[in-house]
Design a protein around this ligand. Sequence first.
Ligand code: F0G
Length: 352
Amino acid sequence: HTPWPGLIEAYRSRLPIGDGWKTVTLCEGGTPLLPAPRLSEITGCDVHIKVEGLNPTGSFKDRGMTMAVTEALATGKQAVLCASTGNTSASAAAYASRAGIGCAVLVPQGKIAMGKLAQAVMHGAKIVQVEGNFDDCLELARKTTAEFSTIGLVNSVNPVRIEGQKTAAFEIVDALGDAPDVHVLPVGNAGNITAYWKGYSEYFADGLSSRRPRMLGVQAAGAAPLVLGHPVKDPETIATAIRIGAPASWNGAVTAKDESNGAFRAATDEEILEAYHLLAKSESIFVEPASAASIAGLLAASKDGWLPRGLRVVCTVTGNGLKDPDTALRDIPVVEPISVDPVAVASALELV
Ligand code: F0G
């Protein structure tokens, strides 16, 4: 049993890595695919969860970032830049510091979860708060990198990000022995759904799977441009990671949906929070709110009949719950201090 080498080494022949490039890796990828007994019972499907919050910086962004920063280093960039709702900035900061190059992150002022900000700070990134939303940040990042060629853009508009992220689909097929019938994931800027579809399609084309899944992309109801069919000017949702009104990979997402006979759907903040709690309490997986959108979408699709019983389903949960402690602690029950007494402890557990 050899240890997991990181996704570039694991899937090198399927990735655009130049000869002699020095790989920048934190051993990302190789994340668990957990069976979800409670969700399987509710939906009548065989549900598995791809737990991407167990990547090195706690989100799936590390899959794209190992590629993007490896490329940036190999092509002589002095620094990397990204726009981010938080996770991309945490990941860029970590991989840039590993590579020994600079990193700046453009984040929407006041709208990023505390844990993500802490990560960017700790890994030494320059944090630029922008008066605007993610879409404004991305436009600024694109303009800056177009003007300054020594700064590498590491958002998913950089195609190597998508290449790295497609490996999650490879891992799922490798683990299950075939592609699932349906794949559910949250959608914000739409890079990840584009990447999964590319991964599933490549394996299918090479005969490594017998089918491709129907793709179900779930957006937050207040930030659901793909569901509505047009950009949203002032996106709003508790799931700050997917608070995006004009997804850069719009076309990739639509292709994934159309070619797979899939669907987009919206989940309200209420449904997202309900799924967030269910996942933590029943499946013991603590995710951030944006990730719970995929579970909210799964439950709604099961309820309204879009998802028939008996299928094999994989849901990606994209980010770790520790990134956003504020949301977790919003409605904590008041706990009265107790006396130093075993009977008091047992009664707190409602056992006596
Ligand atoms: N889930 C989480 C936890 C995310 O951080 C993101 C995107 C998504 C889902 C959506 O993925 O954009 O590929 O459709 N976060 C980006 C960021 C925008 O800046 O960290 P997508």
